[in-house]
Design a protein around this ligand. Structure first.
Ligand code: 4BW
Length: 147
């Protein structure tokens, strides 16, 4: 690993490994929790971004928090889900990046988060950066000559 190569990757704009918004499964703040659970189960992801009607980033929501809301004594009370909305239950304490930030910023944020959302200065959602995309890029740059 050369120092030059280290620095080139570390300083690379994070947008080069970003999954763009049109390919990211998401839900809206006012969606019923039932819809959010459907999106999560159908997409196979454990958590996805939450946006508002203007496509601004507001938080994330995951399967575990939803299932915890309907955990009864002996069964999941799924019938409750259609009356509950996403926004009271979403996680708003999330890191986020802008497209101009660096690969190193993304790597730091992804230590504690499987994915990190990218939004612009006004809060409009641009996409996500995943641990997988960053690990693939490190492998490509340091351990193979193949894309
Ligand atoms: O449907 C899937 N397709 C592929 N190709 N890989 C998947 C899929 N579902 C899970 N995986 C793999 C990935 O390696 O399992 C890892 C953990 O998934 P997660 O967290 O717990 O659902 C995935 O790792 P990753 O690609 O680094 O993604 C990290 C997290 O980012 C995922 C999920 O919460 C979110 N995510 C990734 N791609 C997304 C997405 N959320 C919405 N839309 C997308 N396109």
């Amino acid at each position: 690993m050369s120092t030059l190569q280290d620095k080139q990757l570390a300083d690379m704009p994070i947008k080069e490994v970003m999954i763009p918004s049109e390919k990211v499964a998401h839900v809206q703040m006012n969606n019923p929790l039932e819809h959010a659970l459907l999106v999560l189960v159908k997409s196979g992801y454990s958590a996805v971004p939450v946006l508002d009607v203007d496509f601004k980033l507001k938080g994330t929501i995951g399967k575990t928090i939803i299932l915890n809301q309907i955990l009864g004594l002996e069964r999941f009370e799924f019938e409750k889900l259609s009356d509950m909305r996403v926004h009271p239950f979403m996680n708003v304490d999330i890191p986020h990046l802008t497209k101009e930030m660096t690969f190193m910023d993304g790597l730091n944020a992804s230590i504690n988060h499987p994915f990190v959302c990218v939004s612009d200065a006004e809060g409009y959602f641009d996409g996500i950066v995943t641990r997988r995309a960053m690990l693939k890029r490190i492998k490509r740059d340091y351990y193979t000559n193949k894309p």
